[in-house]
Design a protein around this ligand. Structure first.
Ligand SMILES: [Zn+2]
Length: 264
């Protein structure tokens, strides 16, 4: 049975949920919400896989976040990560990408190197990419364009917590990438609202980025996948369609991308 909503980027694998992880996951699943828990380094990726193993409707993405990419030691990380990535409930490689908001420009080459290793892994294992990018969209688009002929499916991955411009969003769509939005939408950020309303219907998804960016009225508190409903409500309002329709569309987009399900 398909879920009602799919929170495609959460971190219930993080320590913020050590005391009530089970409850948080059940609250989502009992309401028809499926979850992808995303790793940001080897340990959190491993944890995401362990959690995915324990629950139907919970999946994992494994990868090295660009802000972790500059921290030694990363020796042998590709082989270790690849072993994790082969698990059948790992539905994406990431989060990986580039971040010049929290890291300096001098780190960029190192970030690119680690990112490219993960692109190559995604290609080899035929899994989509879960991408994080802040303040480095043009660099990232250039890298993806270089690998496009190797990725070469219409559903190559997702740019999570999309923060770029409309022009950059269009380039991602052309490269076979979707974009997903968080509770930040409920803070009424004009530029992002405009992108939500213009994006192609088959290229948008919802996420919480739990435990971060809780939607209104819980801004500043710990977020959890259950609140992805608030993101979906806001997105439906922006696009002028019903909540049910928005939920159906974004869920189908997630199934198509992460499960390579051609029937939706
Ligand atoms: Zn994240």
């Amino acid at each position: 049975m398909n879920p009602k909503l799919f929170d495609i980027h959460a971190h219930v694998n993080f320590k913020e949920f050590d005391s009530d992880r089970e409850e948080v996951i059940k609250r989502a699943l009992d309401n028809g919400i499926w979850i992808i828990n995303v790793g940001s380094d080897y340990e959190s990726s491993k944890k995401a896989v362990e959690i995915a193993d324990a629950y139907a409707g919970v999946y994992a993405a494994v990868g090295i976040h660009p802000t972790e990419a500059v921290k030694p030691p990363l020796g042998g990380f590709t082989a270790k990560l690849k072993e994790l990535a082969k698990h059948p409930k790992v539905v994406a490689i990431g989060e990986c990408g580039l971040d010049l908001y929290r890291r300096k420009k001098s780190d960029l080459e190192r970030q690119k190197e680690i990112f490219i290793k993960q692109i190559e892994m995604a290609i080899e294992l035929n899994k989509p990419l879960m991408i994080h990018c802040r303040d480095a969209h043009d660099d990232l688009i250039n890298i993806l364009a270089t690998y496009y002929s190797l990725l070469s499916t219409r559903h190559n991955g997702n740019i999570h917590f999309f923060s770029g411009t409309w022009e950059q969003a269009q380039k991602y769509f052309d490269l076979g990438f979707s974009i997903s939005f968080t509770g930040v939408l409920t803070y009424d950020v004009g530029r992002i609202t405009d992108i939500v309303s213009r994006a192609p219907v088959d290229k948008i998804m919802v996420e919480t980025d739990t435990p971060f960016v809780a939607p209104l009225p819980r801004r500043g508190q710990r977020n959890e996948p259950f609140y992805v409903q608030e993101v979906a409500k806001k997105m439906a309002e922006i696009r002028g369609i019903s909540y049910e329709e928005l939920a159906k569309i974004t869920t189908q987009n997630a199934l198509r991308l992460f499960f390579r399900d051609a029937s939706v």
